[in-house]
Design a protein around this ligand. Structure first.
Ligand code: NAD
Length: 287
């Protein structure tokens, strides 16, 4: 039976480290770090992520505000807002919650955030720094995964890490982190056009699922003793729940946990780690 990697516990450790650093800063007479979140439209998942980010910031002493806009806001209004926030000396980190309404070009918006305030690590400059192994902001979800491995004493050097999913938010930045000197994994990235995916997945010492399909990774795709990291967050109908659904990952947890050595749960796995890294990035931005 696999050992559970408890994202709630590990993220609480990171949050308390950030909190201690924020307190030190404030004791030295410096202003507390400040994060501005931009939320456009009414997407319920986005609203709940933004709420969680604000609550986590408050808990560690990071100031934050959420600027909310109707989905009818124009692209040029968003760009003008970002230009103002870039210049605002009281704002350390800027986060525009994705996805954006279809009339707004997401990449244009990402490019308009000052790289020094890019706490989501989505700006091309941040991504470039990541690829060449320079210090800078960490991509939140991938860095959260690396922290989970590190804090669980799971070796990564020379291990075969297979990542399923090639998004700019998870798959690609994670591949770059796992390749980094000091982490030193051998990395394979699979995606929707990979024909022999189960065969490749079975070679993984560390298997990461970031697809967005409930129970995509079945036990036959997992090597005995592999470490399995489940990034997926999927809603499936569940009439026994008051809200009518429950959240599951991309991994068939029941069956895979009998084969894996370590596994992350959903919820309570990668999700909380993502927010913890965002707080670390905001603290970094304030420096
Ligand atoms: P995305 O839709 O941008 O990317 C999904 C990737 O999966 C694509 O690269 C695609 O090639 C691949 N894919 C899709 N179908 C496939 C198939 N049949 N076979 C192989 N590959 C396939 O999604 P994303 O933003 O990377 O998110 C993935 C999942 O992770 C979602 O469920 C999302 O909600 C979740 N997520 C969780 C966190 C967290 O903090 N826990 C953060 C980001 C994303």
């Amino acid at each position: 039976m696999a050992q559970l990697i408890d994202g709630k516990l590990l993220s609480a450790q990171i949050r308390s480290e950030v909190k201690a650093d924020v307190e030190k800063r404030v004791q030295l007479g410096k202003r507390a770090p400040f994060l501005t979140v931009v939320l456009i439209g009414e997407d319920p998942a986005s609203a709940s992520y933004v709420k969680a980010k604000a609550a986590a910031s408050a808990e560690v002493g990071i100031g934050s505000d959420t600027l909310r806009f109707e989905s009818s806001i124009s692209e040029s209004e968003v760009l003008a807002l970002l230009a103002r926030l870039n210049e605002d000396p009281n704002v350390d980190g800027i986060l525009v919650q994705l996805p954006l309404p279809s009339h707004i070009d997401e990449q244009k918006v990402i490019n308009a955030i000052a790289p020094t305030k890019d706490v989501d690590c989505f700006h091309p400059e941040s991504v470039g720094n990541l690829v060449i192994g320079m210090d800078g902001f960490q991509p939140a979800t991938p860095a959260g995964i690396v922290e989970m491995l590190r804090r669980s004493n799971i070796p990564t050097a020379g291990k075969h890490c297979v990542i399923i999913g090639r998004s700019n938010i998870v798959g690609k930045p994670l591949a770059n982190l796992m390749l980094k000197k000091g982490i030193d994994s051998t990395v394979t990235v699979c995606h929707s056009r990979t024909p022999n995916l189960p065969e490749i997945a079975r070679q993984a010492d560390i298997l990461v699922a970031a697809i967005g399909r409930a129970h995509f990774v079945t036990a036959d795709m997992v090597k005995e003793g592999a470490v399995v990291i489940d990034v997926g967050i999927n809603r499936i109908d569940d009439p026994t729940k008051e809200r009518g659904y429950r959240l599951v990952g991309d991994v068939d947890f029941e069956a895979v946990s009998k084969k894996a050595s370590f596994i992350t749960p959903v919820p309570g796995g990668v999700g909380p780690m993502t927010i913890a890294v965002l707080l670390q990035n905001t603290l970094k931005a304030s420096r």
